[in-house]
Design a protein around this ligand. Structure first.
Ligand code: OSB
Ligand code: MG
Length: 368
């Protein structure tokens, strides 16, 4: 099969509510979409990079550059059988996993349509329904945070994750535990602490969290291993895991007990499956992280979440938590039990809304 055409476009989508982490606040997402046409079939991918290089070094601009100048020329007009072959072709490029994932995942969408199966099935998924949690950003006040937690629990979500940073950590966890003593709760620090904070991080143990996500350096494994020996709360790694080898090394040295898999961060479905397999072989649970995706990235997240090792609720939630109107039809909805029913239709499982996408587009470039 041959790729006839690739189109890059940047869309801008305002969030219904700002999203704040320890590295800053986002109000409007800039999302690069990749559309691929091959043998009369269209596939879509999404670059999940943040607007600023604060979660990782990638941005919409770096992804556009890497796609336009390297990844697209390397794939356009070339023959391929499986998306994994394309992933292998991208290997000489160091990093830039979010750019790679956007293109590779579009090919998975195409491959699923060629084979007449749902994307989840092609990926190797087995779950028909996936458990969902929510990620709640830093709020303007504790009262607003408690209100949000209450609303998400009422909507049925199976676990609550809250963003923490120095000054917005023990106080908010105390407030949540006082009001909701038994809910499945976790915290995500996005690298806001260092080993100098060990005594402080030990205090998290009294809130019996399911896990604490990426407390230390965004590129660290060694210090996380030291911290994990000192605290009883399980550490979940996010930012530090980019490959299956990273996962193997992290688990080997005890840097954490759980891994968050993000398609963009690891470079697409091929690598995500490898990270999943490394963890599953060691009985280490994984879950799917989110990057404030539009419906296209969200649909990919749902597909990867059907792999059998995804035993914990992920940050895969309803479209309406982020968007007044999503770019897919139907929008992603979550059941009263806090689950998403996996679409059994061929391909992505959702239809990109071309009119809506066109309206949100601020630039596009196509390659034949
Ligand atoms: O660390 O998981 C993270 C959003 C942007 C950047 C990093 C992270 C997040 C989230 C949001 O936690 C997850 C979601 O999309 O709901
Ligand atoms: Mg995280």
């Amino acid at each position: 099969m041959k790729i006839d055409r690739v189109e890059l476009r940047e869309i801008q989508m305002p969030l219904v509510h700002f999203f704040e982490t320890s590295f800053g606040r986002t109000t409007t997402r800039r999302i690069v979409l990749v559309r691929v046409d091959a043998n009369g079939v269209t596939g879509w991918g999404e670059v999940t990079a943040g607007e600023a290089p604060t979660y990782s070094y990638e941005t919409p601009e770096t992804a556009w550059h890497i796609l336009r100048d390297f990844l697209i020329p390397w794939t356009l007009g070339k023959a391929w059988e499986t998306p994994a072959e394309i992933a292998a072709r991208f290997r000489p490029i160091r990093g830039h996993n979010m750019a790679k994932a956007a293109l590779e995942n579009a090919l998975w969408d195409i491959a699923a349509q060629w084979q007449n199966v749902p994307l989840a099935k092609l990926v190797g998924g087995t779950l028909a329904e996936i458990p969902c949690g929510v990620s709640i950003g830093i709020q303007n006040s504790i009262a607003e945070l408690l209100e949000k937690v209450e609303g998400e629990l009422a909507a049925g979500y199976q676990r609550i994750k809250v963003k923490v940073k120095p000054g917005w950590d023990l106080n908010i966890l105390e407030a949540i535990r006082t009001r909701f003593p038994r809910i499945p709760l976790m915290a995500d620090a996005n690298s806001a602490y260092s080993l100098a904070d060990i005594a402080h991080l030990k205090e998290f143990d009294r809130f019996y969290l399911m896990m604490i996500e990426q407390p230390l350096g965004w590129d660290d494994l060694v210090d996380h291993a030291k911290l994990q020996r000192e605290i009883s709360t399980p550490i979940c790694l996010d930012e530090s895991i980019h490959t299956a080898d990273d996962a193997r090394k992290a688990l080997q040295i005890g840097a954490g007990k759980i891994i968050n898999i993000k398609l963009g961060r690891v470079g697409g479905f091929t690598a995500a499956k490898q990270v999943h397999d490394v963890c599953r072989a060691r009985n280490v649970p994984v879950w799917c992280g989110g990057m404030l995706e539009s419906g296209i990235g969200r649909a990919h997240n749902i597909a990867v979440s059907t792999l059998p090792g995804f035993t914990l609720p992920g940050d895969v939630s309803a479209s309406k938590r982020y968007w007044a109107e999503d770019i897919i039809e139907p929008e992603v909805t979550v059941s009263a039990q806090g689950t998403i029913h996996v679409s059994q239709t061929v391909g992505l499982g959702y239809t990109p809304n071309l009119k809506r996408i066109e309206k949100l587009t601020v630039r596009k470039e196509s390659f034949e």
